[in-house]
Design a protein. Sequence first.
Length: 260
Amino acid sequence: MQIEKAIVRTHELVGGDYRELVLDASATAAGSVPGQFVHLRVPRLDGSVLRRPFSIYRARDGRLSILYKTVGRGTKAMEAIAPGDTVDIIGPLGNGFPLDEIGENPVLVAGGYGVAPLSFLAGEVAVKGTVFIGGATQRDILCVGDFESLGWTVQITTEDGSLGEKGLVTQALDAWLAEQQGTAPVHYACGPDGMLRAVGDRAVAAGHTAWLSLDKHMGCGVGACLACVQKIRGADGRVGWKRVCKDGPIFEASVIEWDA
């Protein structure tokens, strides 16, 4: 982990309200693994002292990319970032996905810009599996070409039926899991809490392993402020608190204690 002054290489709209920010950040990129994130100070965001966390989408050849959607004041201000600007980042942060446990039949489940760390993951492992990408509309479906070019099978769902199968991504996942008799696919998921919980519950019930990337509001991003804690069950069965930014953001589904 380090603080790095990164130079903006490109900043482009990639579909819907989503943009890709590509940075020359050799120190951060060199140490990054799928599932980690960076904490970015948004330039020209008056009155804000907090950084914004973003999953790492790509990290290679000294460059680091993030995907984001304009959803609030911070990301709206990011739209003004231009090539040649300097941005201040801390990273790489977090624990990342355990790549040595991917198995022979991995399944990735992504919601919206949750595809970013999963695309990074897909490019870092030799085995190919199936990826489910879900969104409200076709404008929320990203990175399909990334996965297909790597040899992954892609299944798309949208809630309005504008692209792929109509419905929730977990419905398509259920149909696929019903066909996987005699196998125990390892799950990797990133997206909204509701989707993560649904994926985790299915995996736990079936006795499968599921690695979930939790998304919490963060203050410092390095474990000092305790703003992003999550209830986690320890090996002794006792429930305690873990910091999503420092101890996560990746946790195995069976240890997560979701709020009622």
